[in-house]
Design a protein around this ligand. Sequence first.
Ligand code: WQD
Length: 356
Amino acid sequence: MSGFFMRKILVTGGCGYIGSHTIVDLIQTGYEVISVDNNSRSNPNILLGIEQITGKKIKNYKVDLCNYDDLFAIFLENTDIIGVIHFAAYKAVEESVINPLLYFENNITSLVNLLKCVQEFKTPYFVFSSSCTVYGNSKEIPVTENTSLQQAESPYGLTKQMGEQIVAAFAKSSGLKTIILRYFNPAGAHPSNIIGEMPLGKPQNLVPAITQTAAGRIPKMLVNGSDYATRDGSCIRDYIHVCDLATAHTLSLKYLEEEKNKTQCEVFNLGSGNGVTVLEAIHAFEKVSGVKLNYEIGPRRSGDVEAIFANNDLAKKTLNWNPKFTIDEIMDTAWRWELLLKADETVFKSQPGELN
Ligand code: WQD
C-alpha cells in the first residue's frame, strides 16, 4: 500500500521453535519481519514453512549475535526496525551444567551486543524471552510475577535471571520500552501442521519425548520420579501451546506501541495457569492419540522442581492475552507433527537451495 509503512520487527532466533511460530503471528497481525539466526541449533528451512502459512518470504541474516560488527551491519541495513524480539539463546539445562562458560558467553554476549545496537539505532521497543526457570524451586505455587526468585537451578537459568536484570537496568538508563516474558513449558505445533518443534538429538522435554516414544523413535520413555508430594507422585508443570506464546509476543509489541506500558520494563508470566502432572500429560496424549505409551517409572531427574505453574492473571488483564489451547490440543498438534516428521514429509527435508 503506497504511503502505508510496515512496522518492521527484528526477531532473533527466528528459525527456532518459538521464534518461527511468533513470526507467523506477527505477519498475520500486519508486521513486517526479518530474522537473525546463525542456524547453529536451528534449520533455516522452517522459513519455507512460514512462507507456506503466510505467503511471505522471510529474510534471515545468518549471523552470530556474538559478532557485534555483523549485528551492527544488520541494523545499518534496516534502520526502520521499530522493535526487537530476542529469542536466540542456548537453552539446554543439562548442557549448561556441563559447560557453563559456553552459556554465559553466548547468552549474555549476544544480549549485550543486541542492546548496544538498540541503543545506537534508538530502536524503541524490546521484548525479551525469559523462562519460569528464573523462579527456581519456589514454595509459592502458582507463581506470580512478584514471587521472589530462588537460586537458579542451572547456569542456563542463571543466564535468564542475569538477562532480565540486564534488560531492566538498560531500560531504566536508556528509556527503551521493554517487556520480559517468562515462558512456562512451551509445547505443541502450529495447527496447520506445517511448522513445529525440531528438537536436536534425544529430546529432554516431556512432550517431544512422549511423541517420539509413541512414534517408535525412542523404545521406551522414563517418567523421572513418582515419589513427589503431588497428587500422583509425578512432577507438575504448566504446558503452554507455542501458538498461545506467539500471540503474547505480538500483543506485547502492540501494548508498547500504544504506549500503555506503566514502566520501562514490565514482566509477564506466560503459562496456561493449569498445573498438569507428567502422568496426567501421558494420559492426555494416550486419550488424544489412541496410542498406549510405552513408559516406566524411573528415578528423579536432578534439578527438577517438584511443581510449578503460573498465575497468568497479569498477562491476561494487561496484554489482553487469552491462552486458548488445552493440554489435549497441545498433545494433538504435537502428535500430528511427529507423524509428519516420521514420514519425513516436513519442510525440513527440503534442500536448502529451495529456500530462495
Ligand atoms: C517436564 C517434566 C521431567 C522428559 C525445561 C527447562 C525450562 C524450559 C522448558 C527452556 C519434568 C519430566 C521429561 C522425560 C520425564 N526450557 N520428564 N521424562 O524441566 O520443566 O523445563 O524445559 O526455556 O527452562 O528447565 O521441562 O519438559 O524437560 O520436563 O519424566 O523423558 O517432565 O522430569 O518433571 P522442564 P521438561
